[in-house]
Design a binder for this molecule. Sequence first.
Ligand code: GUN
Length: 297
Amino acid sequence: MAARIISGKDIAREIRDELNERVASLAKDGLVPGLATVLVGENPASRLYVGMKNKAAAEAGIHSRQVTLSESASETELLGVIHDLNTDPQIHGILVQLPLPRQIDESKVLLAIHPDKDVDGFHPVNVGRLATGDPNVLAPCTPRGVIEMLLRSGADPSGKHVVVVGRSNIVGKPMALLLLRKAAGGNATVTVAHSRTPDLGAITRTADILVVAVGWPNTVTRDMVKPGVTVIDVGTNRVDDPTRPRGYRVVGDVDFEGVSQVASAITPVPGGVGPMTIAMLLANTVEAAIRLGKAGG
Ligand code: GUN
């Protein structure tokens, strides 16, 4: 049996249509959400992502501003930019694209962003709010997108055993915390596995829902999943493919062909989690704007 495809592209479109309406109604009340993206250096993938985020913001009616600093920018210069954005009343969301050049201390930069404007959800205050179950937290966009995909595709994690493979600060750890929350999209029993987990298959085979975010192709193969599992593949990996004009194709962390023969539902790559991340960034920006607007900020 071939698995049902959970299309992040379609679900993201649905969410973005809802956001368009919300932004239009806020505009009538004089509130235009504002997103600032900060790009430091020339990393081509980062440039592409930041460009996509700004374009999506503009399409939603969100005011967007990109600040671009050179590869050799100093930490002080970047902290100055963040300070200005923290105090700018037109800006409700600030995103500093990672990774940063090596002369800049990432943790200092994340700490400098005002927690109420931290639409990435990476500030330690927001990490703490997520860990303690604050319902109003700005949660990281990719794991938030995964929860939305599960809920909107009829795979509510409540009461299910969810295995998360990966323990990054951007995906694995916040994913586990969101799934544990006593709230819609949470209430799961959660196991976190990672690169040092021996016999990964023994763990992944116990999953009702499997979320894979390790950044390595074919980490999960057909023999490693239980029949009927729902699989969310967060990976985006470039693999050489001379048959493609660019010489490569993008694949996830899961062997899609094999696993989709056993799973009941699976996300594709591309067109799965990727579009959801951008949709949730817009959602976080709108939520931040509403809260800051109410606070008079
Ligand atoms: N680099 C890779 N993923 C992300 C993300 O979600 N946010 C930011 N700011 N940088 C990233």
